[in-house]
Design a binder for this molecule. Structure first.
Ligand code: CP
Length: 336
């Protein structure tokens, strides 16, 4: 059955752990300058309806390091949704590439791409979720966990708006059996509809999912303190209200970090509005792991690409390669 990476709750805890194991393996290989070329000759189509630094660079570099190649497909430069339906784009691109990564404005677009594609589709962020980011984040947490704590012991406190990253962190914590708290003014907390989506996963894994409007109390036993932008493209008219609701109580600054255990680490998916949701002092301070987190996007994308593409690739023998080369060369020799 063709599977896509659209939502972390589509995957079992065991599958996500295995992808993280593969991430660690491929990271070690990369650090030795020996990334295995497991996707030699394979192609990745990357559709971006919104700008990106980390997702675009990590997927493209990951594919190159694995021996494959990536194409950047930007609406306006391809026909997606304008002169060609999403279904036809998905069907056609699938005939030429081995995997599609898509960052789409609407979650429905990535669902439609996956419905009609005949190769795996990886969600690179929608208005609903950001699964590649949070898989990377949990992997980063395992690397920076306090000594002696296992994954299920970790407490993540997200301070700020219920962004797609915040909601996705709630999803993955629920699946993995971790502890997740969002600290935000009530109006900006995760909606009941989204909370309902994790009830079953949390019950099964034993995860603790909670919400608070008291960031100082929430971070008191946090292992990781995470924040994200307070507003995004299209929310410009809400900036004064959002500033008033979040500042200064929900800013991650030295004062808030001092309320957390000294072992707590600071995380941000980036891009950040420095001096707004988090101060420079925290972002560049000794507790910050934001750059490790960003680098881990590369290693996570490598693991995801290998997980979804490697099993589907044909692995021709040297004899078969030589046979086809011989046939083509014999043909060409008649004209040269
Ligand atoms: N965190 C993240 O997805 O970054 P980009 O928008 O730069 O891809």
């Amino acid at each position: 059955m063709l599977r896509h990476f659209i939502h972390v709750l589509d995957f079992s805890k065991d599958e996500l752990l295995r992808i993280m194991e593969l991430t660690a393996m491929l990271k070690r290989a990369d650090k030795d300058g020996a990334c295995p070329r497991l996707l030699s000759g394979a192609s990745l189509g990357m559709i971006f309806e919104e700008p990106s630094t980390r997702t675009r660079v990590s997927f493209e570099v990951a594919m190159t390091k694995l021996g494959g190649h990536a194409l950047y497909l930007r609406p306006g430069e391809i026909h997606l949704g304008a002169r060609e339906s999403i279904a036809d784009t998905a069907r056609v691109v699938s005939r030429m590439v081995d995997v599609i990564e898509a960052r789409t404005l609407k979650h429905q677009t990535v669902l439609d791409l996956a419905k009609y594609a005949t190769v795996p589709v990886i969600n690179g962020l929608t208005d609903f979720n950001h699964p590649t980011q949070v898989l990377c984040d949990v992997f980063s947490m395992t690397e920076h966990a306090p000594k002696g704590k296992k994954l299920e012991d970790l407490k993540l406190v997200f301070v700020g708006d219920a962004t797609n990253v915040c909601v996705s962190l709630m999803f993955i914590c629920a699946r993995m059996g971790m502890s997740f708290t969002q600290a935000a003014p009530e109006k900006y907390q995760v909606s009941q509809a989204h909370r309902d989506l994790v009830r079953e996963a949390a019950a099964e894994s034993g995860a603790s999912i909670s919400f608070s409007d008291d960031p100082a109390a929430a971070v008191a036993d946090a292992d990781f303190i995470y924040t994200d932008l307070w507003w995004w493209i299209g929310q410009e008219s809400e900036i004064p209200d959002r500033q008033a609701a979040f500042m200064p109580k929900f800013q991650v600054n030295a004062g808030l970090m001092a309320k957390a255990p000294p072992t707590a680490r600071f995380m941000h998916c980036l891009p950040a509005s420095r001096g707004v949701e988090a101060t420079d002092e925290v972002m560049d301070g000794p507790q910050s792991i934001i750059l490790d987190q960003s680098e881990n996007r590369l290693h996570t994308e490598k693991a995801l690409l290998v997980w979804f593409v490697y099993p589907r690739l044909k692995k021709p023998s040297d004899a078969l390669l030589a046979r086809h080369r011989g046939i083509a060369e014999d043909f060409l020799s008649d004209f040269m």
